[in-house]
Each structure stands twice: as structure tokens, then as C-alpha cells.
Design a protein around this ligand. Structure first.
Ligand code: GLV
Ligand code: MN
Ligand code: MN
Length: 400
């Protein structure tokens, strides 16, 4: 068994939260390429070097801490949502750092660490690992924009002075990612660990209705071409039509809406919004796409609105690697007997992309009240340490 140091792991995790600490509780605001994100990555690079790893940033700001020669890769991401918690991503990076450090100190197997850039999708979906794995072309990524209209190409220029080459994935024998569950099941069942069977797929795009901007007091209702009313009708229509398509596990979200010019007394001339949907079945994701495109076209033509669709980004559902998963299950059974289960991941993770390149597996620890992507996100420290021990146990087994 690798001799990890839980206190050092928790100290590093708390220190990482100091970059972008915000809100009540343990909130964090550290979106990709923001000053706190870059500062956190520079601090992580120092901690990697202290641990005897060779830090290397790739051209999009993903940070690797490398050992020489073949190794196992552990990690996750250290960017956050626009309002996020202290553990989403950070947990997997710091657990990877602690295990790599312990492995060097105690003669364990060679372990490298990664913090991927923009997992939280300021510019899409798991951007840094999607590019590294070949799931997303750099030219396509470069033209994506965030909610404020900043392009990925402009944003990543903020890290150009740190950027090196893309890291060759052939040096890694496999990838394992520890993460918080971000849902209610482990917490409700009072279990400590979830070993991931598979990760659902996702589709994500931006849709725009163009209407006619006009005066909110003088424009008769029947003469308006109100872009917001188009969005409202579209939303009602897809909710109605999805009933024949979805399963209880399917989810869909309009999480971002921008009205132009966004004022009380102006009939909105433009509504741009995000449309995201997730499911474990690729076929169902496609049927939902058809419902979405048809509904948007019908609404636009009935209301005299212009319609445009942005690039559709997406990731396919993926199973986790059987051998790595078995090692995690064996370790969970030793560290937390009777307190673990196998489960699907409804959240997306860098492991989805990395699975294209090498065997990949994941494990979860509980999220208190199932809350994440919010300042209130938290996990009992005892559960964080249990997750670390299960991962260290799997790495130390030799079979991975
Ligand atoms: C990852 O943050 C996701 O949105 O699932
Ligand atoms: Mn995450
Ligand atoms: Mn997240």
C-alpha cells in the first residue's frame, strides 16, 4: 500500500481553494484563464516540481506533472464554473499529486499528474482534454466564444508565455480520476465511494432567435417580432415533445440566456441561449437533436424570427475500462467494505476524452445534499480521505 499523507493532501486542497475563494462556505470563482486560474496552475506547477515531477503546460494551458518514462496518469481539472465549489476537479488533481508524491517517496509505481484546462466549458465541453484527445480540433475550439464574446484563441493567449508542446499520450499506461459525485445518491445512501461504470454523452450548442427591437409601450402585441417570446414558445414545445423520446435518466438544460439589448422597455430584438442535453444513449441524443432543430424552425417561421445554430459540441457516452475499474472495486472493498457501489456518471469528466487514448476509470465520493456547481458544494473530509485511500490502493495494487 502506498503511504499517502491525508493531512498534506487536505492542506493542499485547502490551499488550492485560496485561488478564487468566493461566496459563503467554500465557494470558488476560478473560470478557465481567469487570473486566479492561471495563478493556481502556477502554484500547482511549483508543488509538482517540489514533488520531483517535471511540470509542462500544453498549448491550451493543461498542466502535466511528469515522471520520466512510462507511467500511470492521475488527475482532473482545476478551473471552476462561474460560481463553483472547492472540490469539483480540484479533488482529483490534488489526490493525484499526493499519490504521485507518495509513490516517489516510498518506491511506488511511476505516477504522473494532470490538471486539464477548461473542463467546465467556458468555451464548450471539457475543452482542454477534448483537444488533447483529438475529440475537438484546435481550430474549432479557437473560434468558440464565452458568454461575453471572448474567443478561446484570445483567452488562451493569456497563458502563451507558459505554453509548451502537447504531451505525448503514449507514455501513459492508463488514467484514473477521483471526483465528487455531484449528485444525491451516495450521500442519501450514506455510502462513501462510487466506482463509475460509464459516463453519459452530451450535446451542447447555442441557438439565436432574431426578431425586431422596438418600443415596449407603443408596439402593438400583434405587430411584434419578440425574440424572447420565440424562446419561451420553443422551450414549451421541446418539453412537450421530449415526453415521447426521453428516459428518466435524460436531462436537458437552458442555462444561459442573453437578450438584446436586455432592457425593461424594449421588445427584445435578439435571444441567444445555450441548449444542452445529456443521456447514456447516442441514438436518443440524436433524436433529441431532431426535436430541437425542428421545434426551433417551426417557432421561427410561425413568429417571423430569424434563426441560427452555433457549432454543436458533444461527447459520446463511454464505458470505463474493465481492468482499472476492477482494481478500484477491489480497493474500495478493502478500504470501505459495505460502503461503496458501482454507478453511472451523469456529469461529464475529462476521463471521457482520455478514454480515447488509454484505459480510463473513475471513482466518486459523496456530495453533501447532492449539491455541486454552486458555492454550497461540499464533502465530509473523512470521505475525501476515503476516496484518496481507495485510489492509492488501486494504484498500489500493481495490476494497474
Ligand atoms: C461538468 O462539469 C459537467 O457539466 O458535467
Ligand atoms: Mn469536474
Ligand atoms: Mn463541473
Amino acid at each position: 500500500m502506498l503511504k499517502v499523507k491525508p493531512e498534506r493532501f487536505l492542506d493542499d486542497l485547502h490551499h488550492l481553494r485560496s485561488f478564487g475563494a468566493a461566496g459563503v462556505g467554500k465557494g470558488v470563482v476560478r473560470p478557465a484563464y481567469s487570473p486566479p486560474d492561471i495563478a493556481a496552475r502556477q502554484w500547482l506547477a511549483e508543488r509538482m516540481a517540489e514533488a520531483g515531477l517535471r511540470p509542462q503546460f500544453d498549448p491550451v494551458g493543461s498542466l502535466f506533472g511528469l515522471v520520466d518514462g512510462p507511467s500511470l496518469l492521475l488527475g482532473s481539472h482545476s478551473d471552476s464554473q462561474p460560481e463553483g465549489g472547492w472540490l469539483d476537479g480540484a479533488l482529483g488533481v490534488i489526490a493525484g499529486l499526493e499519490i504521485a508524491r507518495a509513490a516517489r517517496e516510498t518506491g511506488g509505481p511511476p505516477v504522473s499528474v494532470v490538471s486539464f484546462q477548461d473542463e467546465e466549458g467556458r468555451f464548450g465541453v471539457t475543452t482542454g482534454s477534448a483537444i488533447w484527445s483529438g475529440n475537438l480540433a484546435l481550430e474549432v475550439a479557437d473560434r468558440q466564444t464565452d458568454r461575453m464574446g471572448v474567443s478561446f484563441a484570445e483567452a488562451r493567449a493569456a497563458m502563451a508565455h507558459l505554453a509548451g508542446k502537447f504531451v505525448d499520450p503514449s507514455q501513459f499506461s492508463g488514467f484514473m480520476e477521483l471526483h465528487i459525485e455531484q449528485g444525491p445518491w451516495l450521500s442519501e445512501a450514506k455510502e462513501a465511494v462510487g466506482i463509475v461504470t460509464d459516463i453519459v454523452g452530451i450535446r451542447d450548442m447555442r441557438i439565436t432567435f432574431d426578431g425586431e427591437q422596438n418600443h415596449a409601450g407603443t408596439t402593438p402585441m400583434h405587430r411584434r417580432r419578440d425574440a424572447f417570446q420565440g424562446l419561451a414558445r420553443f422551450n414549451a414545445l421541446i418539453n412537450e415533445r421530449f415526453r415521447n423520446v426521453v428516459s428518466p435518466q435524460t436531462v436537458w438544460t437552458i442555462g444561459h440566456v442573453a437578450l438584446h439589448p436586455d432592457a425593461h422597455s424594449i421588445v427584445p430584438g435578439r435571444a441567444t441561449f445555450s441548449m444542452q442535453w445529456r443521456d447514456g444513449d447516442t441514438e436518443r441524443l440524436s433524436r433529441m437533436e431532431t426535436v430541437i432543430r425542428d421545434a426551433a424552425e417551426e417557432v421561427a417561421s410561425a413568429a417571423g424570427l430569424g434563426l441560427s445554430f452555433g457549432d454543436m459540441l458533444g461527447l459520446e457516452p463511454v464505458p470505463m475500462d474493465a481492468r482499472l475499474r476492477a482494481a478500484l472495486c477491489e480497493s474500495a472493498d478493502t478500504v470501505a467494505p459495505g460502503r461503496w457501489r458501482q454507478m453511472q456518471s451523469g456529469a461529464l469528466h475529462d476521463a471521457t476524452n482520455v478514454a480515447r487514448l488509454m484505459p480510463a476509470a473513475m471513482l466518486f465520493v459523496p456530495s453533501i445534499n447532492g449539491i455541486s456547481h454552486a458555492f454550497a458544494e461540499d464533502t465530509d473530509e473523512a470521505d475525501l480521505v476515503t476516496g484518496l485511500m481507495v485510489l492509492a490502493g488501486a494504484v498500489g495494487r500493481g495490476s494497474v
